[in-house]
Design a protein around this ligand. Sequence first.
Ligand SMILES: Cc1ncc(C[n+]2csc(CCOP(=O)(O)OP(=O)(O)O)c2C)c(N)n1
Ligand SMILES: [Mg+2]
Length: 657
Amino acid sequence: MSNTETRRLTMAQAVVAFLHAQHSERDVRRQPFFAGCFGIFGHGNIGGIGQALQQMPEFRYYQARNEQAMVHAAIAYAKVKNRLQAFACTSSIGPGATNMLTGAATATINRLPVLLLPGDIFARRNLAPVLQQLESEHSQDVSVNDCFKPVSRYWDRITRPEQLLTALPEAMRVLTSPAETGAVTLALPQDVQAEAYDYPNAFFRERTWRIARNRPDRQALEQAVAWIRAAKRPLIVAGGGAIYADATGVLQRLVEQTGIPVGETMAGKGSLRYDHPLNLGAIGATGTLAANRLAKDADLVIGIGTRYSDFTTASRTAFQHPDVRFLNINVAAFDASKHFALPLVGDAQAKLEELLPLLAGYHVESAYRAQAEQLHDAWEAEVERIYAVRHQPLLGQGELIGAVNEGSAPDAIMVCAAGSLPGDLHKVWRARHPKNYHMEYGYSCMGYEIAGGMGAKMAAPEREVYVMVGDGSYLMMNSEIVTSIQEGYKLIIVLFDNHGFKSIGSLSRSLGQEGFGTRYAYPRGGTLPGDEAGAEVVTLPVDLAANARSLGAHVLECKTYSEFVSALAEARTTERTTVVYIQNDRYEGVPGYESWWDVPVAEASTVPQVQAARTVATSWTPSQRHAARTARPRRPICLRLKRRSQKCSHPLPAPFF
Ligand SMILES: Cc1ncc(C[n+]2csc(CCOP(=O)(O)OP(=O)(O)O)c2C)c(N)n1
Ligand SMILES: [Mg+2]
């Protein structure tokens, strides 16, 4: 094919033809990078991208119900595919476009690729203001799509069709870069989408983006080996990067060779099977006793693919050894350098493979390994205890999680994002493979669950997908139930109805605020009732089971534990998306384990409970580790009280979102 040959296409047709030709490759496995395009059409994309998608059915179009939801589905797809494949999302201009903003932030914060193609106002401007246009007195070079800039890793506006020739390759570079990936936004003015141009044929040739496994700097690697060999109490913190890099096999080999135990972040849970004797499970604010105990005295923290969010570090109180050092393995220099670490910048799998032989002969002291294994076993016993609680009259969340875990196929995917479920799941879900625990907890975006579940199912149609969702999140976004039925992607949605926000209610109480604004109940005396009203509230006449049924789902309502177990078994046999509906107790959940999360408490208040909460919070802040420390911090009040009486008078906060 000569480089001078051209093809006359509209800008939108060129976008679709280009995307269709892109592939990714890692470890000799090559696949089309895009699985297709989600979209909702309006006047801002119907005649452009809409026309192109109709003309090119080989690039599959999926009709979504809500633009935010379609981005969530795209994100979940990319997460299950370890960022090797992704979706494009097309929207109209104005509200269709800005509905994708939350999705863009979710993608970028979670380091997951998604290509957003919002329509934009006419580039030729001669009709302004057009329907849904944001006008500005200061510039005509502004549209609502400028809002995508801070939440996109690459942002561009295509005001001439030939700009695609340089914009699309840049978009692909960022989307396929594990270090830079996130939302990529190409704003497409509605008139330019439909404009024709003679594009070079060569632009549409199949292209393969190789996802490199970058190796670390040799000197840094040698220093890392020296640090590990010198460590007495090293601890691995496995993050999402360990899973995305497919480094879980070599991680297990490293753990077995060296005896270094592992704590897992929200995105990293599943890096090791839950029953591996050196897997301490969840770490941080929503962590297990096992991981949090060992974190406290770790002298070397080896972060693998983690962003060190405040949940992972328990708001910087998790690591209390006076001389603790951090060694971070990460594709992104930004993350690798956190906590003044020795950064090993590069691919996790490649790094661990290089480390293994260099650590030959090194093993942690047997007393340390024994302590880790004993904490692991004790934690397993605690999970058993929680799974066996049969709270009355309404069941508790921990036991219901246990029923889903035990009733699901070992290769299933469990999807969740916000509410009190993530904290409980992080602790007690038993992850049996690296994709078993799919938690969106970078943005913890209510509404991700069902749409995300659909994206996960599209990525792995051979697996059962369990969506765990609270009534608040369900009410916020249940629209993609319809899409899952339209496209035949069956989900098992487990809907926990506790008439409001169990999570924020618990957080509110821990701040002395009595659950204000977190219950779904009628106002009393002109205000909304909180927890002080006890059971004396009138709940709203909302029937979420009927709502799910009306969207086309098969619905199984249950009340007791045995009905729940039977419903889960039946849900596995149904053909279409099935909702298992159960009411659960607002107060019964999984407790916190020697950890903390920093949320502001009012500094001045006339309410004694708020003052008490402030005292607890300020007792933790001296433990926060921001840089090299000189003095050892005091133990927080709660832990001191706990040691004295084995009973903490302040509830350890176990909220979470
Ligand atoms: C989009 C969005 N809005 C607000 C929040 C803050 N938030 C976190 S959890 C939560 C309540 C969730 O309620 P529900 O889904 O019923 O779960 P529950 O807390 O009852 O387990 C809220 C409002 C959020 N995470 N995302
Ligand atoms: Mg709820």
